[in-house]
Design a protein around this ligand. Structure first.
Ligand code: SF4
Ligand code: SF4
Length: 106
C-alpha cells in the first residue's frame, strides 16, 4: 500500500493511491484504442521519454528500438499525456460511450 499524503498539515485524510486504483472498474474497448502514438519516429527521438514517468498508472512502456507502447486498457483518463508530451505526439480522445474507466464515489 502506497501512502502519498502522510503530512496532516492541511487536515486532509491520507490518500492511498493503490486503494483508489483497486476501486476502479474498467470497460475496455477492444476494438478502438482511445490513445495512440501519432508518429513512432518522434518517440524514438524523444529524450527522456517523460510519458513513462508521468502516467500515474504506467500505461507507457519503452520498447526495443526506442518506440513507446501505450497500454490504453489501463488508462484512468486523467489527461496528463494529452498536455505533457513535449512534441504533442499523442492522439487523445475519450473512449466511446459505454467504455472506459468508471469511478466509484462514497
Ligand atoms: S513523451 Fe511523447 S514523444 Fe516522448 S516518448 Fe512519450 S509519447 Fe513519445
Ligand atoms: S490519460 Fe493519464 S492515465 Fe491515461 S495514458 Fe495518459 S497519463 Fe496515463
Amino acid at each position: 500500500m502506497t501512502e502519498t499524503n502522510t503530512t496532516p498539515k492541511n487536515d486532509l485524510p491520507a490518500v492511498y493511491i493503490d486503494d483508489i486504483l483497486m476501486s476502479l472498474k474498467y470497460f475496455t474497448d477492444e476494438h478502438e484504442a482511445h490513445l495512440k502514438i501519432i508518429d513512432p519516429q518522434v518517440c524514438i527521438r524523444c529524450t527522456g521519454k517523460p510519458c513513462v514517468q508521468f502516467c500515474p498508472v504506467g500505461a507507457y512502456r519503452t520498447q526495443d528500438g526506442g518506440t513507446v507502447q501505450i497500454a490504453f486498457q489501463s488508462c484512468v483518463e486523467c489527461g496528463t499525456c494529452r498536455v505533457m508530451c513535449p512534441p504533442a505526439n499523442v492522439s487523445w480522445k475519450l473512449p466511446r460511450g459505454g467504455f472506459g474507466v468508471a469511478y466509484k464515489f462514497g
